[in-house]
Every structure is written in C-alpha cells, then in structure tokens.
Design a protein around this ligand. Structure first.
Ligand code: SF4
Ligand code: SF4
Length: 289
C-alpha cells in the first residue's frame, strides 16, 4: 500500500478539497484525515462511523484525601501552581509527576485523561480513518499516530492511502508524514503561502521523503506562482499541478461538494492530471529504489 500525504504550511490552501476530489477519482484506496485539531474531510466524505475509540493523550495528578496529611510538599514542588490546599487544578496540571515523587504518603497518582476520539468510517469512497482532539488538549502528534494505526488495522487490499495531513510544521505534521512514500505540498500564490511552503518542504527534505508541489488558485497571482516555480526548480521539488481559481469551486464547497461532484471540467481535469503525475513520479521512485 502506497501512502501519499497532502500537507501545507498553513490551513486553508485547499488540500482537503484536493484529497476529497481524489477520493472520488482514485480507485482502490483508503482515506485518512490527520488534521486532528480542525478536521473537515469527514464533512465532504459523509461516512458512517463503524468504530469509535476514546483517546487518552495526557495524564493528571489525583490526590487521595484519605492518605494526604496536608504537609504541603506537593504544593511547594509543583512548578505549574496546579495544587492549592491539597487540590489539583485540572486546567493547570501538566502531568509531570513531580508531586508524585515528593509525596511522603504515596497519596498522589497520575491518571490518564481522555483528550480526544478516533473514528473509522465506511464511506462510498473507501474506509476512512480520522480523529478529533478535544479543545485545548495536548498530544496531537500521538493522536495522528492513532489515525495512521487505524489505517493499518483496517486495511484490506487497497493499493493507496490518501492522507490529508495537518497544516504547519509541528509534531502532528511529522507524525502525518512518517513512513509516507510521497508528500504533496499544496500552496497558494501569496508571499506568506510561499514562505510556508518553503518551511514545510524543509521538513519533508529533513525526513528524506520525496516531495512534490501543487499550486492552488495559481492564476490569482501569476508573479508569485512564477516565484514558487523558480524556488521549486532550484530546490529540486517538481511542481506536479497548478489548479486555477474558479467561482464554481467556491459554490460547490458551500454546498459541501467537491469540484469533481460540481462538474467543473477544468479543475477536475487538472486534478486528474495531478494524480497521473503522482503515479508517474511514484513509478520513477520505485525504479530507482
Ligand atoms: S505531599 Fe502528599 S501528603 Fe503532602 S500535601 Fe501533598 S498529597 Fe498531601
Ligand atoms: S503532576 Fe506536575 S503539574 Fe501536575 S500537579 Fe503534580 S507537579 Fe503539578
């Protein structure tokens, strides 16, 4: 099974729109949404959840009042001011465990805290794995790893997995990319878009994952599009697609439809071309490995 991850330096570049369009065009695949902070692919895929699991991504201290002798050592030790009058503030506790070590009564334990949920859904485009991190919770990288584990656990004989990666360059992006066969960085032609693209391509290069570039809404700023192409050529990242801006795509998204479902022929053809180029690039990579 070949894993292709779609990433972007920031949110809103159109990578989920591209992945959801490809989920219609590509045969024999699974789909995963690794944007666990703000997932939205499920809105376009409209699947039926077959399996839902709680995710425990953090720990917090719990004091047993029966054992506590109110010596105050834990309160003095906690660097996060999370303990007051022998009570732990859930919002402040970082789960570091320092209070557990100093308590002379063994009155403090670290307990796992639920910080999100994972889902495996059946859709008419294939099995879909995704997750949702609770608001303000930590551990997005670990939760992404769970999403990818579910891909492995539920795969049958699919040839591809299309992964909608997290935006940015943090640990959830790294967790999205780990072990992938190729990365497709989706950018838009703005100065900040170019800067974000450069950073995210740097992450792919660091982890030695072959990376390719798609410029979305390229015709909104042809000058910056040229600058992105020049950068990609200089750095050895092939540009495998340029999708034009089209009002019908915006209208389709308002109705929770992909450009392919909306019947936009120009955008659909370019997305088909992108998939064909991804295939060609993957074959080239296989032939040299
Ligand atoms: S260190 Fe242990 S015994 Fe002392 S106040 Fe904290 S919980 Fe209670
Ligand atoms: S686990 Fe760490 S952060 Fe939480 S209460 Fe204990 S010392 Fe403070």
């Amino acid at each position: 099974m070949k894993q292709v991850v779609f990433i972007s330096g920031k949110g809103g570049t159109g990578k989920s729109t591209l992945v959801s369009s490809l989920s219609i065009l590509v045969e024999n695949k699974m789909i995963a949404d690794c944007d666990v902070d703000a997932p939205n692919l499920h809105i376009l895929l409209k699947g039926d959840v077959q399996k839902k699991d709680d995710f425990f991504g953090a720990k917090e201290a719990v004091i047993d009042p029966e054992l506590c002798v109110k010596c105050g050592l834990c309160e003095e030790t906690c660097r996060f001011d999370a303990i007051e009058e022998c009570k732990v503030s859930v919002m402040k506790c970082e789960g570091c465990g320092a209070c557990v070590l100093v308590c002379p009564q063994n009155a403090i334990k670290l307990e796992e805290v639920k910080t999100g949920e994972t889902y495996v859904s059946k859709t008419n485009r294939g099995t879909f794995s995704n997750a949702l991190l609770d608001i303000g919770a930590e551990g997005s990288g670990k939760l992404v790893t769970e999403v990818r584990k579910n891909v492995n656990n539920y795969k049958k004989k699919e040839e591809w997995v299309l992964i909608d990666g997290s935006p940015g360059i943090g640990c959830s992006v790294i967790a999205s990319m780990t072990g992938a066969d190729a990365v497709i960085a989706v950018s838009e032609p703005t100065k900040s878009g170019k800067s974000d693209l450069e950073r995210v391509l740097g992450v792919a290069r660091y982890f030695e994952i072959p990376a390719f570039v798609c410029i979305n809404k390229y015709n909104l700023n042809l000058q910056v599009t040229k600058e992105i192409e020049a950068f990609c050529e200089q750095e050895g990242f092939p540009v495998i697609g340029k999708i034009p801006f089209d009002e019908t795509v915006v209208r389709a998204l308002r109705e929770f439809k992909t450009p392919v479902e909306a019947g936009n022929s120009v955008v659909t053809q370019e997305i088909k071309n992108i998939w064909s180029r991804i295939n060609d690039e993957m074959k080239k990579l296989e032939s040299v490995s």
